[in-house]
Design a protein around this ligand. Sequence first.
Ligand SMILES: Nc1ncnc2c1ncn2[C@@H]1O[C@H](COP(=O)(O)OP(=O)(O)OP(=O)(O)O)[C@@H](O)[C@H]1O
Length: 451
Amino acid sequence: MPRILIIDDDRTVCNSLELLLKRAGYAVESHYEPREAVDRVRAYRPDLVLLDLNFTVETSGRAGMRLLMELLEAFPQLPVIQMTGWATVQLAVEGMKAGARDFIAKPWDNKELLNTIRTQLERGADAGAAVPAGDAEPFGSLIGSSAVLNDIINQARRVAGTEAAVLITGESGTGKELVAEAIHAASRRAGGPFVAVNLGGVPEQLFESELFGHKAGAFTDARTDRAGRFELAAGGTLFLDEIGDLAPAAQVKLLRVLQERQYERLGESRPRPTDVRVISATSRNLDSMVAAGTFREDLLYRINLIHLQLPALRERPEDIAPLAVHFLDSARRRYDRPGLRFDPPTVPWLRRQPFPGNVRQLQNLIERAAILSPDDTITVDQLQRQSGSNSEPLAGFTPSGVTLEEMEIRMIRAALGRNGGEITATARELGLTRAALYRRLEKYGISITTP
Ligand SMILES: Nc1ncnc2c1ncn2[C@@H]1O[C@H](COP(=O)(O)OP(=O)(O)OP(=O)(O)O)[C@@H](O)[C@H]1O
């Protein structure tokens, strides 16, 4: 019978956990005193430890973190599951970087807790040993070896096995959706669907129908019953893209469903339980939006148990070469041009470009070059031409004295000019989504009629 030791100074918590775990067939003991915990582990030899991070003597969780470190040092193979309040979940993430296996947020869900324990016991004593930071094992289809990206990959790998809600932020085209897919693929829900919904593209009046579904006749255009995204994603992951674009009323509706873990199709009164892991993404700054009163703080709290901030491509120029090579390789296969290659000055040139549209812009640039290149060698000259501009920033080095923001403004104006103010074409040329282009127009006060 597997042995579990609970370390928590709250006896009521220990009692109810003991009851639950014994019923589930484990041998359980509790330890209330953080100080002698290491000795207790040595004596009891548990197969798994449930460790509370927030001892009442000190609610910051630091005492719990110290104890976690001591335990991991004394018993590096021991699976430790941390327990923590919502307010200190960030601490648990730190704990996972240090080698804890997982965490459960209090108040816990019995089923989830038992699942987590079972998974960790199945993984055995050494299987989950911490992956060293900066390792280069592939994660999903993410390419890149910069330290910043690796750090994010490692964090994502660790949270993948949990049910925690993840918020991914970063500029447009930095790979937020790709990271979400990779987390899904590495999670227990990998066998279930990955359903993405772009909340920026859902008109406010269709929000409920889109997410929760509707019954025929629920409104004028509802001719047949329709499942919403929550239903389609059941057993899998729901990716809420551009969550910062959500209107206030929709924020309330989403929050309610996330809190109550149930929803109703429009026109139906039967509640359906949600069975999704939520991953959200946005290129907006939700903290400032909360401060400005345009994004609900309680919703932010729900969706960002774990926060992954993806750096812009210009902040990790080391990733440009491997990405460029990867995209060229795909283009070789896709367009059946096996001889395609970069002229040697191309890659150093690419590394110097600001790429306001990030990885997506780099990908588009190389794809276009691969299609249009008259022979097998892609040169700087061609890339400059393909980037659609001879006088604008991508054509050369960053002019001195010009800020990145000014360059971005110039690029946007020039692209708007070339495309006659047409948003879709301009966004495509810049490697941005329409929503991302609109945000920039708004941010810089650029008007479309007089680019
Ligand atoms: N690290 C990476 N390795 C390989 N491909 C990448 C990487 N990052 C991004 N990409 C590619 O770049 C494109 C943009 O990525 P993705 O759609 O995930 O970005 P995003 O941040 O979600 O963008 P948006 O905010 O505009 O929705 C995709 O085609 C994706 O496959």
